[in-house]
Design a protein around this ligand. Structure first.
Ligand code: F6R
Length: 253
C-alpha cells in the first residue's frame, strides 16, 4: 500500500482528483468505482473543475457506485444516485447510461445485487475503485464483521454508521437501516484502489486500518493486502499513525 500524507484537506482532495484524472487520461474508457459521502464532495468539485478547465473527458468511461440506501430512489435528495447526479454526473460529459448505482427501490433486492455484480464483471471489472472510510472502518457499506470475500449484497447498517450519516437527513428517523453495497471481494478485485480520508475525526480509524491488526472487524484493513492500493490522507487524519512522516510505502499486511 502506498500511503501519501498531504498537508491539509484541500491538498489531499486535489491529489485524489488528480489520481482519478490521470486514470481517465491514460485509459479514457476506464471503469471507475465511485464513492459518496462528505469526504468525496470536494473531489467531485475538483473533477468538475478539471473537466471545465482542462477538458477532462468522461465520455467514454463507465462508473459503478459502491452503494445505495434501500428504499431511496433517484428523486430522493438523500439517495446516492441523487448525490452523484448533482455532484458529478450532471456537471460533466459522462453518458448517463454508463453510470450505475444500485437500485434501492428494486422489488427483488437479491436479484438486484446479483445483476449489479454481473454488470461489473461484464464491463471488464473496475479499473480504479475510489473509497472513503467509515468511523467504524467500513468500506462501501461493508460493516464490521463482513467477510473479506463478500459480494454485492444487502447490509444492515450499524449504529455507528447510522449516527455518522443521520445528520444528512432532515428527519434522522427517516434514515434507512439497510443498504445495497458492493462486496469486499468485489472491491478487492478492482485493479487499483484509492482510499481517501481527511479530518481529525478519521484519525483513530485510519491508525487502526493502516497499522492495526488485520481483522474483519475493521473491514478497511483488508486493503493492505490489495496489490495496488494507494491511501491519500491529510495530516489530521494521519495524526494518530505511529509513522506520520510524509509519503512512504508500506507493504505490511
Ligand atoms: C459511501 C461509502 C462510505 C463512505 C464512508 C465515509 O458511498 O462508500 O463507505 O465513504 O462512510 O463517509 P464520509 O466521507 O461522509 O465520512
Amino acid at each position: 500500500m502506498i500511503i501519501d500524507v498531504q498537508p491539509n484537506r484541500q491538498a489531499a482532495t486535489h491529489a485524489a482528483a488528480r489520481f482519478i484524472a490521470h486514470q481517465l487520461r491514460i485509459k479514457p474508457d476506464s471503469v471507475l468505482g465511485l464513492a459518496t459521502g462528505r469526504t468525496m464532495e470536494p473531489v467531485y468539485a475538483q473533477l468538475v473543475e478539471l473537466y471545465r478547465s482542462s477538458q477532462l473527458d468522461f465520455s467514454r468511461c463507465r462508473t459503478f457506485n459502491l452503494d445505495e440506501y434501500v428504499g431511496l430512489g433517484a428523486n430522493d435528495r438523500n439517495s446516492y444516485r441523487h448525490y452523484m447526479d448533482h455532484h458529478l454526473f450532471f456537471k460533466v460529459n459522462v453518458d448517463s447510461k454508463r453510470t450505475h448505482v444500485p437500485d434501492g427501490l428494486a422489488r427483488d433486492l437479491d436479484a438486484e445485487c446479483a445483476k449489479y455484480e454481473q454488470l461489473i464483471q461484464q464491463s471488464g471489472g473496475i479499473d480504479l475503485q475510489l473509497l472513503g472510510i467509515g468511523n467504524n472502518g467500513h468500506i462501501g457499506f461493508n460493516e464490521p464483521g463482513s467477510t473479506f470475500d463478500s459480494r454485492t449484497c444487502v447490509k444492515k447498517l450499524s449504529l455507528t454508521t447510522r449516527q455518522q450519516n443521520a445528520s444528512h437527513f432532515a428527519d434522522s428517523g427517516k434514515m434507512p437501516d439497510r443498504a445495497i453495497t458492493t462486496g469486499i471481494g468485489t472491491i478487492m478485485e478492482s485493479r487499483q484502489c484509492l482510499l481517501l480520508a481527511t479530518g481529525a475525526d478519521k484519525a483513530a480509524i485510519i491508525a487502526e486500518a493502516l497499522e492495526g491488526r488485520l481483522t474483519t472487524m475493521v473491514p478497511a484493513t483488508v486493503l493492505r493486502s490489495h496489490p495496488a492500493c494507494t491511501c491519500i490522507i491529510d495530516a489530521s487524519a494521519a495524526s494518530q499513525l505511529r509513522f506520520p512522516d510524509g509519503s512512504r510505502v508500506s507493504r505490511a499486511a
